[in-house]
Design a protein around this ligand. Structure first.
Ligand code: NAP
Length: 239
């Protein structure tokens, strides 16, 4: 049995990634923080080939408890693919950005990455095979106004991707990132798509499956000589 963990697998891009990894033969651990109904829908879309593993990625103790319990129940197995996808945004111009919104976004999008990756890394190194794929953002590459918190978190994720990739490459563990532009999910609800798509060379928002396809490639054996990379999935919006 091959196991993959997708944080934020209940909805949007994370759900499409769960479906992709299931199609590649993985049992998928579907993480979520509060939306159990959506997570159960994802589980039924992958025909029960996985399990729900709820925790708040920002809560180090909760992450440790959930992953420790899974490992105790599966002493001979390990999670060989980790997709750090859970994320939130709390947009505001800096002048009005409240400390709580700064910390919440950093805690979820960046500290959450540390909590989950740290918990799963050692078994990958011991087994000498692993794939860590981090879902960052166009915002983390170029910075977007109104998103200093989110850009900082996603930019930090890119730097962490490159640093960790160099630490673990010898152990056949690759660490890469995908950087979506505008993808049609709950996260972009309320944005003015008609106006925004004028700036996108492909003239449309992307679909979650178009991000999941790249994640699937990075999770595969075929990507074995690619590490520390950031692949944009943004319809040509920025290169
Ligand atoms: P979404 O539809 O809002 O889904 C967010 C997912 O993250 C949900 O599964 C949610 O779980 C989970 N989540 C949020 N906070 C969490 C926490 N503290 N612990 C565990 N899980 C948590 O978002 P999306 O658009 O699919 O985004 C997925 C990733 O892509 C994010 O990292 C986002 O920053 C990135 N991204 C998205 C876009 C875009 O245009 N959509 C562009 C660039 C980057 P619940 O269902 O339980 O709430």
């Amino acid at each position: 049995m091959k196991y993959a963990l997708v944080t934020g697998g209940s909805r949007g891009i994370g759900r499409a990634i769960c479906q992709k990894l299931y199609a590649m033969g993985y049992e998928v651990l579907i993480n979520f923080v509060s939306n159990r109904k959506a997570a159960e829908e994802t589980l039924s879309l992958i025909e029960g080939h996985g399990e729900l593993i709820p925790f708040d990625v920002a809560d180090a103790d909760a992450v440790q408890a959930a992953i420790g319990a899974w490992q105790a129940a599966h002493p001979d197995d390990y999670i060989s693919v980790l997709v750090n996808n859970a994320g939130i945004r709390r947009d505001s111009l800096m002048i009005w950005l409240e400390a709580a919104d700064w910390h919440k976004v950093i805690d979820t999008n960046l500290n959450g990455w540390y909590n989950v990756t740290r918990a799963l890394l050692q078994p990958m190194l011991l087994r000498k095979w692993g794939r860590i794929i981090n879902v960052t953002s166009l915002s983390g590459i170029k910075g977007l106004p109104g998103q200093t918190n989110y850009s900082a978190a996603k930019g930090g994720l890119i730097a962490a991707t490159k640093a960790l990739a160099q630490e673990v490459a010898r152990k056949k563990v690759t660490v890469n990132a995908v950087a979506p532009g505008f993808i049609r999910t709950d996260m972009v609800e309320g944005l003015d798509e008609d106006s925004l798509k004028k700036d996108i060379p492909a003239a449309r928002f992307g679909e979650p499956e178009e991000v999941a396809a790249v994640v699937g490639f990075l999770a595969s054996q075929e990507s074995s000589y690619i590490t520390g990379e950031v692949i944009s999935v943004n319809g040509g919006l920025y290169t």
